[in-house]
Design a protein around this ligand. Structure first.
Ligand code: ADP
Length: 650
């Protein structure tokens, strides 16, 4: 558990290896999703261009208020009042305009972020469903879900807390907040995560640098040495903050990992208490827990130290040294008459306003680095070539008869390790074929090829003589009904689950499919019949679930019905009842039934016996059971087991 969660976050080191070039390339790839909203994006940047100077000029005007009105003895009181009203009025107009423009820009950013995130999520979702099963199966099951949700959202900034130099009253988040928010699993699915990086973080970085440039310029007007001081301060501050922030981030990863590990040990202890007691292993488990808890505590303390060190010693300490130096320098100049009191006031306002963007800058670049890791993971999936795509000249299949052919088919999940060897098999329309063989013989692989989940390495699979790779897949799948070993039930009513097979079916079709598959029989016992919600129907038994699966396949009125171990998990009586109903509803359809238990295919027209990826026997049950070979030995084995079971029952 701890591993599955920590793996996606291993980006701690990954992130630091990402260089600027890669960042630009990734941003370029995701720009596709922002392009439809680029008008708003550019407008947002233009608003920054106006809002930042307005805010900075408003601060700068304080110099004039002080010099011309507050500390001027050359003017009369009325003249001073009039000056104050004029300049302060102008400052208010500048502040207000800057605030309005910043708000407008934020609205645009959120709009662009939300819309492009939705587009990205939809594109990702569509893509995921068209990916080769070989890719999907090769990854841990939770990964695709993780990429579709958390990866797209978790890396967003602490909302609204990053100081926007143009908007008054916002303070930057502290390092802990950023670290915790960035790694929190508690994400809002509508946060414009990765897209936020483009529509929000990048403009913020631009805004920060732009605001710093204005701050430096205005300080230069007051005294060039002051802007030089600020420039000198920026270098160690940025460098040291970035290093400490990196450290805190790594410790936050480690702390989170340790916390998850501790919970995993605790869960094992509580869940497996009976076993622990029965095996007398309580002491060992306690030792394990103490160790896990100690590691968590150590890492928590380390994180706290690092945060305190960064905030108090580094950020505040450096800030104080810088502020005191500037304070001393400007005060001495004022005392010597080389600078005005207005210069003194404006200097501190400008220095103060430059510090917030500076802190922001460090955090924003760090956050962008972190956002690049999930961005890379998402691209990794998006770059996999879909296989469900039809060939350019694929033809639409008309209603088929149901003839299936495997012609010299060789297939392997990896080409160098074939699991099917040179298969030759023709199934006539309306035939009921059983496919049997020991585990690993290749039965499911055969079905997977027929459903075009994979492509053969050589040879071809045909339907009514057409190469399956040359037809439009959906025109074929529309004529196939498949029942897997365990039917997946979607949330919703039983009827909805059946209609999943054919949303355009009529009420009569629905009732007929439910009747012939035996769903009606158990649904009639429920209060709302077929309209009962799957969740409300109580515990749906394996047999009932499979009946719904059969109804779902039948409602498609398929020409080919595939049963892939459809009754394998059921008890013999239920299996017999279900197989009985399948026999009834063949109705000219070709049926391919893969089974482990030979009883399930006993009545088939022909039985295909597979072993180690090859067809070793084909024939009727009566013929195969007397012919020395694999079928006979499997039959003897299974009937002996059944006999022993019956004996045991007696
Ligand atoms: P059966 O259905 O007869 O039990 P399968 O078709 O499932 O046999 O498996 C045939 C062989 O292919 C086995 O050796 C199995 O390990 C291998 N195999 C099945 N599925 C995969 C997969 N997704 N990736 C790699 N190998 C697989």
């Amino acid at each position: 558990m701890a591993k599955s969660f920590s793996a996606p976050f291993s980006g701690g080191t990954e992130a630091s290896n990402l260089n600027l070039l890669l960042a630009c390339r990734l941003l370029g790839r995701f720009w596709t999703f922002v392009r439809p909203y680029r008008g708003k994006f550019y407008l947002g940047l233009c608003l920054i261009l106006i809002a930042v100077p307005l805010n900075q000029l408003a601060l700068f005007l304080t110099r004039d208020v002080t010099n011309k009105a507050l500390s001027s003895s050359a003017l009369t009181t009325d003249q001073r009042w009039s000056t104050v009203i004029h300049i302060v009025g102008l400052q208010i107009v500048f502040y207000l305009a800057s605030a309005v423009l910043s708000t407008w820009r934020e609205v645009l950013e959120w709009y662009g972020g939300m819309r492009s995130t939705l587009d990205l999520r939809l594109a990702f979702y569509k893509h995921l469903h068209r990916l080769p099963l070989s890719f999907l199966n090769s990854r841990p099951p939770g990964e695709h879900l993780f990429r579709s949700t958390t990866d797209m959202t978790s890396m967003f900034l602490v909302r609204g807390r990053v100081a926007v130099p143009g908007a008054a009253g916002q303070s930057p988040p502290d390092s802990k907040e950023v670290a915790m928010a960035a790694y929190s699993n508690d994400v809002d699915p509508y946060d414009p995560g990765i897209m936020g990086m483009i529509v929000r973080t990048v403009p913020m970085i631009f805004e920060t640098l732009y605001a710093l440039a204005w701050g430096l310029g205005l300080l230069f007007l007051i005294d060039p040495i002051l802007s030089l001081c600020l420039l000198i301060y920026i270098v160690p501050f940025t460098f040291l903050s970035a290093r400490m922030f990196d450290k805190i981030r790594r410790t936050a990863f480690a702390y989170k990992e340790a916390g998850e590990n501790e919970i995993a040990v605790l869960r094992d202890s509580v869940g497996g208490l009976r076993t622990l007691k029965a095996f007398g292993r309580l002491t060992e488990q306690l030792r394990k827990y103490v160790h896990a808890a100690t590691v968590t505590r150590r890492r928590a303390i380390r994180q706290a130290y690092e945060i305190v060190l960064t905030q108090n010693v580094l950020q505040m300490g450096l800030k104080w040294i810088f502020s005191l130096t500037v304070y001393g320098y400007v005060t001495v100049r004022v005392m010597k008459g080389q600078a005005s009191v207005g210069d003194w006031v404006a200097t501190f306002l400008l220095i103060d306003s430059a510090q917030a963007p500076l802190e922001n800058f460090v955090q924003l670049t760090q956050l962008t680095k972190m956002q690049l890791v999930p961005a890379q993971r998402i691209l990794h999936t998006l770059d996999v070539q879909p296989t469900l795509l039809d060939r350019p000249h694929a033809v639409r299949l008309p209603r088929i008869e149901g003839r299936i052919g495997f012609h010299g088919v060789t297939f392997g999940y990896s080409p160098e390790q074939p699991v099917l060897h040179n298969l030759e098999l023709t199934v006539e329309p309306g035939e009921y074929i059983g496919v049997v063989g020991p585990s690993g013989a290749g039965k499911s692989s055969l079905i997977a090829l027929l459903l075009r989940h994979y492509q053969a390495n050589s040879g071809k699979v045909t339907v009514d003589g057409e190469d399956l790779l040359d037809v439009k897949l959906l025109s074929f799948l529309d004529q196939v009904g498949a029942v897997p070993q365990t039917t997946f039930l979607y949330s919703g009513a039983i009827a909805e689950n059946i209609l999943f097979g054919n949303p355009f079916a009529t009420l009569e079709d629905l009732e007929a499919a439910a009747k012939v598959s035996g769903v009606s029989r158990f649904a009639s016992q429920l209060t709302n019949g077929l309209l009962t919600e799957v969740g409300e129907a109580g515990l749906i038994s394996g047999g009932e679930r499979q009946r719904i699966g059969i109804a779902r396949a039948l409602i498609r009125d398929p020409r080919i019905l595939i049963l892939d171990e459809a009754t394998a998990s059921l008890d013999p009586e239920t299996e017999e009842a279900i197989l009985g109903s399948i026999d009834l509803l063949r109705n000219g359809r070709t049926v391919l039934s893969v089974a482990h238990r030979l009883k399930a295919v006993q009545h088939c027209d022909r039985i295909v016996v597979m072993d180690q990826g090859r067809i070793v026997q084909i024939g009727k049950h009566e013929q195969l059971v007397v012919e020395p070979g694999l079928y006979q030995s499997l039959w003897n084995e299974q009937t002996r087991d059944l006999g022993m079971l019956a004996e045991a029952d007696r």
